[in-house]
Design a protein. Structure first.
Length: 572
């Protein structure tokens, strides 16, 4: 039963509930007990107990990406430090997460001064948590009193909503349970910035000159468009300009994929050939909301001057940078310009049609390593799985999660996915994200989460399977089982993938052998193992029918299966 006194913890939870945050992922702890005890009985917000800190923080990240805001409650020091890696990814990839914690209280601090006591979970620097999280958040606060707590909590949440990045709040141990004023009934909103008019006009004029001079322009869309709710503007811009468009790996599914303007996702050399060719031939890129990582070095080295770039941080046209211009205003102004002057580019230009998964990219055509047609490979897994989901009209019911593995690069070739259904660690590039994110992705989106993990990544957070089982979630985790860190070996020495015993993997890239079916049973999930295309095809209907229990599927692939996408990336 909820306390009669309205507390600081009540205030934060009320604000979160107003923003449709109906789940908070948590790790228990004594310092943060006043918050977790309030959360346990708070109406309208469920406490989702996670198995470890990465599990909780990855889930909160995925929840933020699908729901618009996520939250995770952590213990001081030992817990926050473990979760730091996941929050770093949320910061880089623009996922708004409220990180909640507590710190030794006023009594403990006084005892420390008097007797030089080192409190548990502390480095000795009681401000260490805030100092560390200051590097991966847009706002940090440590509340030593309930006085002014409401205003500071509001400022933190507004910052998370405005910048689509994490924020950090910790209270002295006792402060979470102290009385607090009640919030207004109006939900908090992001700050809406307005461009400086003359700077906006100059930026649009310069951009328009470059766009109208282009013979083969292309829109290159990124994840910030999706995070900031600008996808409708992007669609309108595509419609009025007639431009073809592509997306980054991180920005995949910024719109519903399909139609005659989407050429496919551009993942540099991991892209299908038609996408690589269209990007190479383009002479102007209207680049919107993209995070350009070192996956795109070829693009930057060859196309920098051809970019008309707008992000939440800057607007650049060629080599000219315009300050105090917002991405939203820039997009709206370009739409108005196209409507006024018409599209200088032929509106009837269309993208080449694509099946749900392009058939040419199967490992059997890989000249480096040939396998029998019935044997599963990375590409065959996606080809047959996507075909099944497409044939059963299930693509709109699925949200995919990917960490960094060969699977993620292969999966970017998939076509026809609905908006915001492809969650990946394409910029932060952390293994294990895909499994930890499944709980948050499913609860946040209301769709069924399908994760595709490398076996090395799965091993880092396999306990997340227990969290799924504990919450009766029917997510599916496919483990691409080849017993090696394949993606690491690609960048160390690709010769290891050549046939023959003389070509060996480095010892540090070899993984232990796990009994995945037994592991699934131990965690309360259903376990399966497939080794051939036929076994996968037979299993998919069974997987689709599971309703209230997670499934773990070991997808056995040859150790030396090197998809063409990864081979091309490794040769860069």
């Amino acid at each position: 039963m909820q306390n009669e006194t309205f507390t600081v913890a009540d205030y934060l939870l009320t604000r979160l509930r107003q923003l449709n945050v109906t789940e908070v992922f948590q790790i228990p702890g004594d310092y943060v007990k006043h918050f977790t005890q309030t959360l346990e009985h708070f109406p309208g917000v469920n406490a989702v107990g996670a198995i470890n800190e990465l599990d909780a923080a990855y889930a909160a990240d995925a929840y933020g990406r699908t729901r618009g805001l996520g939250a995770v409650s952590l213990q001081y020091g030992v817990s926050t430090f473990i979760a730091l890696n996941a929050i770093g990814g949320a910061y880089v990839e623009r996922s708004p997460v409220v990180v909640i914690s507590a710190t030794p209280g006023a009594d403990a601090r006084q005892i420390t001064k008097m007797y030089d006591v080192l409190y548990h979970h502390s480095t000795g620097n009681l401000a260490a948590d805030q100092e560390v999280y200051d590097q991966v958040t847009v706002a940090c606060e440590t509340l030593s009193t309930s006085a002014g707590a409401a205003e500071k909590i509001d400022q933190l949440i507004v910052a998370a909503l405005t910048y689509k990045r994490p924020v950090f709040i910790e209270c002295y141990k006792e402060v979470w349970g102290e009385p607090c004023v009640r919030p207004s009934e109006t939900p908090l909103e992001a700050i809406k910035f307005v461009s400086e008019p003359l700077a906006l006009e100059n930026a649009v004029n310069t951009a328009w000159a470059q766009l109208t001079a282009a013979q083969k322009p292309l829109i290159f869309a990124g994840v910030e468009v999706l995070r900031h709710g600008l996808s409708p503007l992007l669609q309108e811009l595509i419609d009025v300009s007639g431009y073809l468009y592509t997306t980054t790996s991180l920005g995949k599914t910024v719109l519903d994929e399909g139609g005659n303007k989407f050429i496919g996702t551009y993942s540099d050399q991991a892209s299908i050939e038609s996408v690589r060719n269209l990007v190479a031939e383009s002479d102007c890129f209207l680049t919107l909301g993209t995070i350009i990582t070192d996956d795109y070095l070829w693009f930057i080295e060859n196309k920098y001057a051809d970019m008309v770039l707008a992000t939440t941080e800057l607007v650049r046209v060629g080599y000219f940078i315009y300050e105090e211009v917002t991405m939203e205003d820039f997009m709206r102004a370009l739409i108005d310009r196209f409507k006024l002057h018409g599209a200088p580019y032929p509106l009837n230009v269309t993208a080449p049609p694509q099946p749900p998964y392009p058939e040419p990219w199967i490992s059997n055509s890989d000249p480096v390593f040939d396998v029998e047609p019935h044997v599963l490979t990375y590409n065959r897994f996606f080809q047959h799985t996507m075909k099944f989901l497409n044939d059963q009209n299930m693509l709109r019911d699925i949200v995919w999660t990917f960490g960094i593995s060969s699977a993620m690069y292969v999966a970017t070739n998939a076509y026809g996915l609905p908006q915001n259904s492809f969650l990946s660690s394409a910029a932060w590039q952390i293994i294990g994200y895909e499994t930890g994110a499944t709980t948050g992705a499913q609860l946040g989106s209301g769709k069924r989460a399908w994760a595709v993990a490398g076996d090395g990544g799965f091993m880092t957070v396999c306990q997340s399977l227990s969290t799924l089982a504990r919450n009766n979630l029917n997510a599916v985790v496919f483990v691409m089982s080849n017993a090696v860190y394949a993606i690491e070996q690609v960048y160390v020495n690709m010769d290891a993938f050549k046939p023959g015993p003389e070509h060996k993997f480095d010892t540090f890239d070899l993984l232990p052998k796990w009994d995945y079916i037994a592991l699934a049973q131990a965690f309360g999930a259903q376990g399966f193992r497939v080794t051939t295309v036929k076994e996968l095809e037979d299993l998919l209907p069974t997987i689709a029918a599971i309703t209230n229990q997670p499934a773990l599927v070991e997808v056995v692939i040859p150790q030396k299966d090197l998809p063409g996408q990864m081979r091309r990336l490794g040769l860069e």
